[in-house]
Design a protein around this ligand. Structure first.
Ligand SMILES: [Zn+2]
Ligand SMILES: [Zn+2]
Length: 159
């Protein structure tokens, strides 16, 4: 088999993150995340309210998610938070891991990512562009403190 027919791990994990995003109950944004170490998956997540609360699309089909003071969904944990929290709850050490996420991390998630010693973040779409704000402050924060952040470009994923 020719080498170009073998998908790169970056493509495989980002494609999985995109599929996970489709499971999100949030109305406005659907985001997926995959946490890996040495090409193995250690956790996954997508944005949504903590289990035991309620799902935005079922509770608020007309009005959309109730907003917090910054205009974001007031209920949802972000995809990165869900992936990280699951891993931590199960005792995983996140030092040196790579996080794939379909939307670049917000500043709050960036602080958590840095604290957990995740070494590399690959994202697809820009949070700043989605929010209509000037800079990707989460990406800037991570780069400033030595986390590798790259935007994913792939011929495999046509979006
Ligand atoms: Zn929501
Ligand atoms: Zn976030």
């Amino acid at each position: 088999m020719a080498s170009q027919e073998r998908p790169a791990f970056d493509d495989i994990f980002m494609e999985l993150a995109q599929n996970l995003a489709r499971r999100s109950h949030c109305i406005k944004a659907q985001v997926g995340a995959v946490l890996t170490k040495d090409t193995r998956i250690i956790s996954i997540g997508y944005n949504g309210p903590p289990s035991g609360t309620h799902n935005c699309d079922e509770e608020f089909p007309e009005t959309g998610c109730p907003r917090d003071s910054k205009g974001s969904c007031s209920l949802a944990l972000h995809a990165e938070q869900n992936a990280i929290l699951y891993a931590v709850k199960n005792g995983a050490n996140l030092e040196g891991t790579t996080l794939y996420v379909t939307l670049s991390p917000c500043i709050a998630c960036a602080r958590v990512i840095y604290t957990m010693k995740i070494k590399r973040v690959i994202f697809l779409d820009s949070y700043a562009a989605y929010k209509g704000i000037g800079i990707d402050e989460g990406v800037e924060f991570l780069r400033k403190f030595g986390v590798q952040v790259e935007r994913h470009h792939s011929a495999v994923i046509a979006q």
